[in-house]
Design a protein. Structure first.
Length: 174
């Protein structure tokens, strides 16, 4: 397992009038973007990484770090485009080679304050393809989204954080 953390990242302020005018649309866009960022196309040289290391966990750590940085840039760009006050309070990731799915999995957790509301966003995805396996978004101690995604055709909601955590553990534990 590899774990890296970045704290107290970026801030952006906007006018209160502009925020009030479009809060519901922007808030919806924020949550859609948080879930959608992980579904984008990600280009990486898997063959080169595999040639450099035969240890799957070492290769996975490299792939995950690259993916985490790219996702961080995309996430910040989405927040910037929403033109609302935000602060990324913490962002970290864990890289896990999963023999269950024979993939490098990336577990990302972000604590973000957007327009004064603190969100805990955690998701599990494939570091190379960005296929999402699980998503949890909690805002001010309320569950906004909790989804378990064993396949694209079979997403299902989860009822709470312990159920989400148990599902994720099943993928990342050897």
């Amino acid at each position: 397992m590899t774990r890296i953390a970045f704290f107290n990242a970026r801030r952006r302020q906007s006018s209160a009038a502009g925020f009030r005018r479009s809060f519901s649309r922007r808030r919806l866009a924020f949550f859609v973007a948080a879930a959608g960022i992980a579904g984008g196309v990600f280009v990486t040289s898997v063959a080169t990484a595999r040639a450099q290391s035969t240890d799957p966990q070492t290769t996975c750590a490299t792939q995950a770090q690259t993916a985490f940085r790219e996702l961080g840039r995309e996430y910040t760009a989405v927040l910037e485009s929403l033109n609302v006050p935000y602060e990324i309070k913490a962002a970290d990731f864990e890289a896990h080679y999963s023999s269950k799915v024979d993939r490098c999995l990336l577990l990302i957790r972000k604590i973000t304050s957007v327009s004064g509301q603190t969100s805990d966003i955690t998701y599990l995805l494939d570091a190379t393809t960005r296929q999402m396996y699980a998503l949890y978004v909690g805002t001010d101690r309320r569950i906004e989204t909790c989804a378990l995604i064993p396949s694209v055709q079979e997403p299902r909601p989860c009822k709470d954080r312990p159920e989400f955590d148990a599902y994720v553990r099943a993928y990342i534990e050897k």
